[in-house]
Design a binder for this molecule. Structure first.
Ligand SMILES: CC(C)(COP(=O)(O)OP(=O)(O)OC[C@H]1O[C@@H](n2cnc3c(N)ncnc32)[C@H](O)[C@@H]1OP(=O)(O)O)[C@@H](O)C(=O)NCCC(=O)NCCS
Length: 161
């Protein structure tokens, strides 16, 4: 799937274990406070039942998203989403999120975000997420997490099973 924007042409592709080095770099840049340890990065690239997608421009990973299915396929949870700074505000995260939602094929999708993360919250609201809960002190520095949810307009036959 090719997406064109003003300055950038990128594709959305499935990620796998060969993307570990690129994902490690992206995590360090995107999540200086919440970066996952190496073992979690290996897990997200290899465990079954995870939707993992990368945005690629000029053969380089510029964005990544992963989501998993819970509650017997009723609930999808977006575990991580990041785009390299030089490639932001060009629709990359939106494209990753919409494609991840489509592949999860769950009735409901949820995610958590720091209350202070204005860019991410703006993005989630824009694509249809609404805040449904607050988890006090969720992050390691004590900041609370906001839980956002999107109810998918999905036919029963299209649900993941
Ligand atoms: C949040 C993040 C993934 C957004 O990626 P992106 O590719 O720039 O997002 P998009 O280009 O798809 O943005 C879509 C919309 O979201 C909103 N948005 C995105 N970044 C924003 C910002 N910095 N300020 C305000 N609104 C913003 C806008 O409405 C934007 O549409 P517009 O550019 O037409 O105004 C990116 O900033 C990032 O990687 N941040 C660090 C990691 C992170 O916080 N991840 C989310 C964890 S929950």
């Amino acid at each position: 799937m090719a997406q064109e924007s003003t300055t950038l042409l990128f594709t959305i592709q499935e990620a796998d274990w060969r993307d570990l080095r690129s994902l490690r770099y992206l995590e360090q840049v995107c999540f200086p406070k919440d970066g996952w340890p190496l073992v979690d990065l290996i897990g997200v690239l290899t465990y079954p039942n995870i939707v993992r997608l990368k945005a690629v421009a000029r053969d380089k990973m510029i964005g990544f998203i992963a989501g998993d299915r819970r509650e017997e396929g009723y609930l999808g949870w977006i575990a991580t989403l990041g785009v390299l700074p030089n490639h932001r505000r060009q629709g990359v995260a939106t494209a990753l999120l919409l494609e991840c939602e489509r592949r999860l094929a769950t009735a409901v999708i949820r995610l958590n975000v720091r209350r202070s993360n204005v860019p991410a919250i703006s993005l989630y609201k824009r694509v249809g997420y609404v805040q449904v809960a607050v988890w006090p002190g969720y992050y390691s520095d004590g900041e609370e997490a906001l839980i956002f949810e999107k109810r998918m307009a999905i036919e029963k036959g299209e649900l993941w099973e």
